[in-house]
Write a protein that binds this ligand. Structure first.
Ligand code: GAL
Length: 371
């Protein structure tokens, strides 16, 4: 192998076993021949089946709101996807938190071994309120394919101090330091102290389950300026009250987390709405931090649109699926805010070096990232 080739033999073997992966940035079809409609979501691996789920988009700018719900597909090989239908549906009842016309983004699902339930978290914005609510929605199901029952929505961790503050530091004076903080771009961010009583803002998000079963909700908070890592209760249906801040005032969105060889990795984007920007990567030895900035993991140019790593091939990070120890897939969305139903998916294998750095190279489909 050439010196620059950091793909391991194990990963190459795992990829060689893949049937025929869908092509990045093109339309993906289900086994009925319909275009796959699952954006901003993720993949759950459970008992030999993969479940791809995400936001069901509709035509035109109406696709920027939720009019259908969360759509799911199942597969044995990550390549051929069977339609499992809408697993969390928006509601018609006026005033429902998930009323048709609300915003449901970045749904993520974990299986809880302790309860045998499937738990879905998502970014929820209440109908008619733009992005002001900054809520987390929680739903639960008895089967991977649902139906998911909406339980409630809220801003997380009301009345809870960041876990790394000592008892002595938990004072009104400390909190005052984290109210309105001027930012490098001239504006201000309302930091956690502003939201202590009512709960922390939560927008772009992911869920991550650690090897010991502890689950975390990782979300853009504090006006999107800082990421919060919040531990969940053992049944994953609530917050334990322990939470930590990371990437403080770095305006990181679209978080996706994985763990490999004792390192936790978080890949995210900057904040430019639906427009693509440069991806970023952090790593830590613990979900509690401290997190080290690793820069942009993306390499190469999208052959379809000519966009390079400086704009994440025209996309935004979304989720990382651990397929096996040898294969981790980093998933991205290419958004089409004028017609979100035309948004595209891109999946790439992640390449890890022995010293714990990461790169993600453009390839036409995730099984074609071979050298
Ligand atoms: C993006 C975010 C999307 C969506 C969009 C709205 O930055 O990642 O999930 O919220 O902003 O403009």
């Amino acid at each position: 192998m050439k010196k620059l080739n950091i793909m391991t033999f194990a990963m190459a073997a795992a990829l060689a076993a893949v049937a025929a992966a869908p092509e990045n940035g093109k339309l993906w079809y289900d086994t009925d021949g319909h275009v796959i409609n699952a954006h901003g979501g993720g993949v759950l691996a459970h008992e030999g089946t993969y479940y791809l789920y995400g936001e069901h988009k509709v035509y035109g700018e109406a696709g920027n709101k939720a009019h259908v719900g969360v759509h799911m597909y199942s597969s044995k090989d990550l390549c051929s996807w069977k339609d499992e239908g809408v697993v969390l549906a928006v509601e018609e009842t006026p005033g429902s938190r998930i009323e048709d016309g609300c915003i449901i983004e970045r749904p993520k699902i974990l299986f809880c071994e302790k309860t045998g339930k499937f738990v879905m978290f998502f970014h929820l914005e209440l109908k008619g309120q733009g992005y002001r609510a900054a809520h987390t929605g929680i739903a639960v199901a008895d089967a991977a394919t649902g139906p998911y029952k909406f339980l409630r929505s809220m801003r997380p961790n009301a009345g809870q101090w960041p876990a790394d503050l000592s008892d002595k530091e938990r004072t009104a004076e400390t909190m005052r330091k984290f109210i309105e903080i001027p930012q490098w771009w001239g504006g201000v961010a309302k930091q956690w102290g502003s939201h202590f009583a009512g709960g922390q803002m939560s927008r772009d998000m992911t869920l991550f389950k650690d090897d010991d079963g502890t689950a975390y909700h990782v979300f853009a908070s504090e006006d999107n300026s800082t990421v919060h890592v919040a531990e969940l209760t053992k049944d994953y249906l609530d917050y334990s009250g322990r939470w930590w801040r990371m990437a403080e005032s770095q305006w990181t969105e679209a978080p996706a987390v994985c763990k490999k060889d004792g390192w936790y990795y978080l890949i995210g984007s900057g904040c430019s709405g639906w427009k693509p920007n440069m991806a970023r990567c952090y790593r830590a030895r613990s979900m509690q931090g401290p997190w080290e900035f690793l820069g942009n993991p993306c390499r190469g140019v999208n052959e379809l649109n000519g966009v390079g790593p400086e704009k994440t091939w025209g996309g935004q990070s979304n989720f990382i699926l651990k397929v096996s120890d040898a294969l981790y897939l980093a998933m991205f969305d290419i958004w089409k805010p004028k017609n979100q139903i035309d948004s595209r998916l891109m999946w790439f294998p992640m390449e890890f070096t022995p010293d714990g750095t990461v790169s993600i190279r453009w390839c036409a489909a995730f099984d074609r990232c071979k050298r």
